[in-house]
Design a protein around this ligand. Structure first.
Ligand SMILES: Nc1nc2c(ncn2[C@@H]2O[C@H](COP(=O)(O)OP(=O)(O)O)[C@@H](O)[C@H]2O)c(=O)[nH]1
Ligand SMILES: [Mg+2]
Length: 440
């Protein structure tokens, strides 16, 4: 899609006012462009790898644009492995004027993710690390950021790397069987392939946990449910500590689902307040009730609210009987009953018990902190395709002609190769980088 031999530039910091902004330039002309726009105040100073210089950014007429710092990273010791220069200007107008000046001096405006794309094309990082960069800059919570840094530092799960090696060994074994049919016993070879495939499949399954990957990258879904008027919206507001839902004493006020985002112990959580579940003749409310049921089906955790100050109604007992391991049943309005409750006691009004509720929610949604797990949904999808290929192989009779097992092994290898980007079409790779931001 893009040419990789020209020099690109972009603002690496967010646009707008700010103390400092960084204009980044990468490519063969980076240093000559820098010398045309940036003039060190110490006229004898030279541009040495990774040394900051203090000076002035000037326009074509020699007029000062800003007082700035500049640094030069010599290829290949840079983010992109090309010559890279950075000009640290003041934020706001002078940053955009500096970028404009750099473009006039011969650089091209970088596309989304183009710096990281070059780092990938030039072999400095693999695709999974490039994606980690993106996950890191857009991380919504500490947990997601940590997973991204881990992936950036160490690449994708070594468990997956080990599986690839073992699959490659199997293709070598299939080659050997084809080349030396008289010296090797096909049934022994097949038995070996089947047992390895079975073991590799279970390794991949352990690494690819879709729930953990989704919770790390997109956050967890927590749904607040219960019959009308038990205090669901109040509890949601208390958890968000803002007035996001309408609270009234008229049952059936929340007719649709309302979402709010919070960060719980470093994990992003989408809270959903639902319409109270009850039999209703009101058609709009009916839609709300069915949406509520849908949200419950897709939830990682359901906070089922009951009203401690009222006897349990038929709707309550029905909901309680449907509770599974994702559920936390709470008794709300315990401020009216002296603090005790049949279930986890809380008061949306006073905030009592909220801390314990948050702890319980976190217990239920927290992903397994296993460094060897895949943390990106794309990687989990690739792993799923590898699992399918191996399952296909394992569904064949063991006395299948050995060479016919090759395709499934190759498919599994290709799928795992897409995690690191070794086996991908250019357009698929472009698709990944298009989700980046400019300047990264
Ligand atoms: N005393 C007391 N009243 C509450 C509490 N939580 C909610 N309420 C009241 O119960 C009524 C229904 O609350 P709301 O949040 O709209 O319930 P929802 O229908 O389940 O969403 C309102 O009058 C709230 O002020 C609580 O913890 N203590
Ligand atoms: Mg409500």
């Amino acid at each position: 899609m893009r040419s990789n031999d020209d020099t690109i530039a972009a603002l690496a910091t967010p646009a707008g006012t700010g103390g400092i902004a960084i204009v980044r330039i990468s490519g063969p002309d980076a240093l000559s462009i820098l010398k045309r726009v940036f003039f060190p105040l110490n006229t004898r100073a030279r541009f040495i790898h990774a040394h900051m210089l203090y000076g002035l950014v000037k326009d074509e007429q020699g007029q000062e644009i800003d007082e700035a710092m500049a640094v030069y990273f010599a290829s290949p010791r840079s983010y992109t492995r090309e010559d890279v220069c950075e000009i640290h200007t003041h934020g706001g107008i002078s940053a955009s004027m500096t970028l404009e000046r750099v473009i006039n001096a011969g650089a091209r405006c970088a596309e989304r993710g183009e710096f990281t794309y070059r780092a990938f094309v030039n072999g400095r990082i693999d695709l999974s690390r490039a994606e980690a960069v993106m996950q890191l800059v857009s991380a919504s919570g500490e947990k997601s950021a940590r997973a991204a840094v881990r992936q950036l530092r160490h690449g994708v799960s070594s468990r997956i790397g080990a599986c690839r090696k073992r699959l490659l060994a199997l293709t070598a074994l299939i080659d050997a069987q084809a080349d030396f049919p008289d010296e090797m016993d096909e049934s022994t070879t097949n038995a070996q392939i089947f047992s390895e495939a079975r073991s590799i499949l279970s390794e991949i399954k352990r690494a690819a946990d879709p729930r953990a990957a989704r919770i790390i990258s997109d956050g967890a879904r927590v749904v607040i449910a219960g019959r009308p008027n038990v205090g669901k919206s109040s509890l949601m507001n208390a958890l968000v500590s803002s007035e996001r839902s309408i609270v009234t004493d008229i049952p059936g006020t929340t007719r649709d689902t309302v979402n709010a985002e919070i960060t719980l112990r470093g994990l992003r959580v989408t809270l959903t307040d639902t319409a109270g579940i009850r039999e209703t003749g009101d058609s709009i409310e009916k839609i709300g009730v069915s949406r509520a049921r849908e949200s419950i089906d897709g939830a990682d955790c359901v906070v089922l609210v009951t009203d401690e100050n009222a006897p349990l109604a038929r709707e309550d007992t029905e909901l309680i009987s449907a509770a599974d391991e994702r559920y936390i049943i709470v008794s709300n309005k315990t401020d009216l009953t002296g603090g005790a409750g049949a279930y986890l006691p809380v008061s949306a009004l006073t905030g009592a018990g909220l801390k314990a509720l948050e702890d319980k929610i976190y217990e239920i949604i927290k992903p397994d902190e296993d460094d060897e797990k895949l943390m990106s949904l794309r990687h989990v999808e690739c792993a799923a395709r590898a699992q399918e290929a191996l399952s296909r192989l394992l569904s064949l009779p063991e006395n299948t002609y050995t060479d016919l097992l090759r395709q499934d092994i190759t498919d599994a290898l290709d799928a795992l190769g897409e995690i690191t980007g070794e086996n991908m079409t250019e357009s698929a790779i472009d698709g990944i980088f298009e989700r980046f931001c400019v300047g990264k």
